[in-house]
Ligand binder design. Structure first.
Ligand SMILES: [Zn+2]
Length: 483
């Protein structure tokens, strides 16, 4: 054999050999895994998500009035989430987030990341454990009172579990190399667990002691620039809620213990809301009752409209902080004249777990969860017929359908579950599916066995039921938005 041909054959042989024997020895004689070269044929997409194997639908049950299981039942989202096996109570104000909830939350985090990064936000992660020294510097160690979770380390040094990170982020920026005015606005954000020692945790994930928040902090060259940043964050929040299909009101708010000069809350109107809002019937004016100094119900903005009271769940909060923290911690930048100047700040929160629960609260019916379309843990549930029923033979079609959906609509991979609990009637499994709120439930029954197979599709968001051909089904599901 020509030497060059020999080399080519040797390479082909080596590659073939590696593909067949993924486990080989490296130089030190230890076994190592070698990934087969990626190709469409070597890694077929196969995993089927079986409801019987998911850690959660098997927990579907009527928790009813058993307070041992659920703690005190205080609102719809809490009851629905417990019944669907989405959360499990641990200690007051703390919950296990079960796998379906985590899937939903990860989707929400992706939407938030997209919107924050679209306005220049950069994600970081700060410690939850924060030294008291920082909080004493800002004088909030005393101001926060009992809401702050406090603890001591082994050296008897005080710490807190952070509910918010103004001190931490400002001191970070102060300690890094001096910023240039050209680098501003600087927007840093994180999505982490926050802690608050609520006197009376209630409403499930709506008012807990441990929860997820997105908190963003902005640094600007001037007050004017800081207001522009403030406005762009409010617009990003508006786009976020629009994408989630959530109606919100933006109200003037109290600055509370965060401090600063200007503040807005983003509220989802809801009966169980703990905030009282005044909304003008004529113009865009709306405010939290806390901020109103007068008892009069005429609108201070347009003067002609009447204020109506409604209740809301606070899901977002924005603050213009000015130099409150940057002055204390010396977060400075070098300005155009190459002189040090103190940055103007803002901070912007979104309750991540709270948005999830509040969305369920405002969108759901009493019987079942309705998610914002983008956030449903799984988009589609396929129901094969009951074992031993007349249409038992359609079972194979249901499995085939799940595989075909993954082949033809790759975006839905990982989004389709097969409810293989075929010892149960369709009716019982439909009830579970309704509780969990899969946006689309496909029943594979008699009609699927006909010469022109049709599938029964229940759109849970609208309550509509339709019979669709295979093409009709791909057409409908091809339009499902995923993230
Ligand atoms: Zn008005």
């Amino acid at each position: 054999m020509e030497p060059i041909m020999h080399q080519v054959w040797q390479r082909i042989f080596q590659r073939f050999h590696r593909t067949l024997n993924p486990l080989r020895r490296n130089h030190s004689g230890c076994a190592e895994h070698v990934a087969a070269p990626p190709s469409a044929h070597s890694r077929p997409y196969k995993p089927t998500l079986l409801v019987s194997r998911l850690y959660q639908p098997s927990h579907l049950r009527d928790v009813g009035q058993d307070t041992r299981l659920q703690g005190e039942m205080t609102c719809k989202s809490q009851r629905l989430m417990l019944q669907a096996g989405l959360i499990h109570p641990s200690n007051p104000g703390c919950y296990y987030y079960l796998p379906a909830t985590v899937r939903s939350m990860e989707k929400l985090v992706r939407v938030i990341d997209q919107e924050m990064q679209a306005i220049g936000g950069q994600k970081l992660d700060m410690p939850s454990l924060c030294s008291a020294e920082l909080w004493k510097t800002s004088e909030r160690w005393d101001l926060m009172g009992k809401e702050l979770f406090r603890l001591k380390d082994r050296h008897d040094v005080d710490f807190c579990l952070s509910p918010t990170h103004e001190e931490a982020v400002t001191t970070l920026v102060a300690h890094q190399a001096t910023l240039s005015y050209r680098q501003l606005p600087l927007l840093l954000y994180q999505i982490t667990r926050k802690f608050r020692d609520e006197p009376k945790p209630k409403f499930g994930l709506l008012r807990g002691r441990e929860f997820y928040m997105k908190d963003m902090y902005s640094f600007d060259v001037s007050e004017e620039a800081a207001y522009q940043t403030y406005e762009s964050v409010c617009q990003a929040y508006s786009r976020l809620f629009a994408r989630l299909g959530l109606h919100y009101v933006q109200v003037q708010a109290d600055t509370g213990n965060i401090g600063g000069k200007l503040s807005h809350e983003f509220q989802l109107p809801a009966q169980i809301g703990e905030d009282r809002l005044l909304v003008c019937g004529t113009c865009s004016f709306s405010a939290n009752v806390e901020t109103m100094t007068s008892d009069r119900m005429d609108c201070p903005q347009c003067k002609t409209g009447t204020l109506m009271e409604s209740k809301g769940i606070e899901v977002g909060h924005t603050f213009y902080l000015g130099k409150k923290y940057s002055q204390v911690f010396q977060a400075t930048f070098s300005n155009a004249q190459n002189k040090l100047s103190v940055a103007e700040m803002g901070c912007y929160g979104l309750g991540v777990t709270r948005i999830l629960a509040a969305a369920i609260e405002v969108l759901s019916t009493e019987e079942g969860i309705r998610w914002p379309d983008l956030l449903a843990p799984y988009q589609v549930c396929v129901l094969p017929p009951k074992k031993g029923s007349k249409v038992d033979e359609a079972s194979g079609l249901a499995e085939e359908l799940v595989h075909m959906l993954a082949e033809r609509l790759p975006r839905l991979r990982g989004e389709v579950v097969l409810d293989d609990r075929t010892q149960m009637t369709i009716g019982k499994r439909l009830k579970d599916a309704k509780r969990l709120g899969y946006p689309y439930v496909i029943v594979v029954g008699q009609a699927a066995l006909e010469e022109m197979p049709r599938y029964e599709v229940i759109c849970q968001q609208t309550g509509e039921t339709m019979f669709l051909s295979e093409d009709g089904l791909y057409d409908l599901l091809g339009r499902v938005e995923t993230i």
